[in-house]
Design a protein around this ligand. Structure first.
Ligand code: G1P
Length: 263
């Protein structure tokens, strides 16, 4: 995504009328989330500016009130906590940065460079609530993509999947399946304590996948297999362009003005 990602963090890339992160926060609110922890880097000022500036009593001059109100309506439903991750030490470390806010409660992890349309988080929360287990979302990937993802081991193909293990970015010969973990996780109570004890893994980083492997082996984890077409990866140019087209097409007014149809 260079040089585009130098100009703008991937999660703030426009998808239709709004940045990607706005859509992901909407997905969280729709799933019943009331506390949002944004784990970010101090340099990504556009993120905090986007969500917090509309909360100020006096809006910047020339600011379209309606657009600001749309952001405000979303953030009004949430307590938002911003945490700056201390260094890029892996996804597990990023998630651990939120331990003082999350404690040992169940929680969701949503990676905003994975866009899933229609959204899946509400279904995950329903499945997790009914089973008391953690829930992952996976998709089947081609052999040459296996080493880009966390890959799960599971018993059978029945839905929901019974996940028995997970490994981060394995070479294809060592992969237990071609089921790749996508950036939506519902993690059970006790996950943060476990994460605190996980050592470095793939790439010398603290991997969330190492913790998933422990949870899967101890308590089991469920998986929802996603139709691959529902996953749009903002980390690739083709994923970004497709996501943008898809989201734009969801807006009837834009569809009409572009003379496009959904089919
Ligand atoms: C992270 C996780 C990986 C997961 C992927 C989903 O990798 O470590 O297990 O499959 O997100 O997008 P990253 O994309 O940060 O390299």
């Amino acid at each position: 995504m260079f040089p585009l990602s130098l100009a703008c963090p991937k999660e703030m890339l426009p998808l239709g009328r709004k940045p990607a992160l706005h859509h992901v926060v909407e997905e969280a609110v729709d799933a019943g989330v009331d506390t949002l922890v944004l784990i970010t880097a101090p340099s990504k000022t556009s993120i905090t500016k986007y969500f917090f500036e509309p909360l100020e009593a006096t809006l910047p001059a020339g600011c379209p009130r309606e657009a600001m109100e749309e952001i405000r309506r979303l953030t009004d439903k949430l307590d938002i906590v911003v945490i700056h991750q201390k260094g890029a030490k892996g996804l597990g470390h990023a998630v651990w940065s939120a331990h003082s806010v999350v404690g040992d409660e169940p929680f969701l992890v949503m990676l905003p460079d994975d866009i899933i349309r229609p959204a899946i988080t509400k279904d995950m929360v329903a499945l997790g609530g009914a089973s008391g287990l953690g829930v992952l979302v996976v998709k089947e990937v081609a052999e040459d993509e296996v080493s880009r993802y966390g890959i799960v081991e599971c018993s059978g193909d029945q839905q929901p999947l019974r996940i028995t293990g997970a490994i981060e970015k394995p070479p294809v010969q060592l992969a237990p399946s071609r089921k790749a973990i996508l950036g939506r996780y519902l993690l059970p109570a006790g996950t943060m304590s476990m994460l605190g004890g996980v050592g470095t893994g793939h790439g010398g980083e603290i991997q969330l996948t190492s913790c998933l492997d422990l949870i899967a082996k101890r308590d089991g984890l469920l998986g929802i297999t996603l139709d691959p077409g529902r996953h749009l990866d903002l980390g690739t140019m083709e994923g970004y362009l497709e996501a943008n087209t898809r989201v734009a097409l969801e807006e009837p007014e834009l569809r009409r003005r572009l003379g496009l149809s959904l089919h």
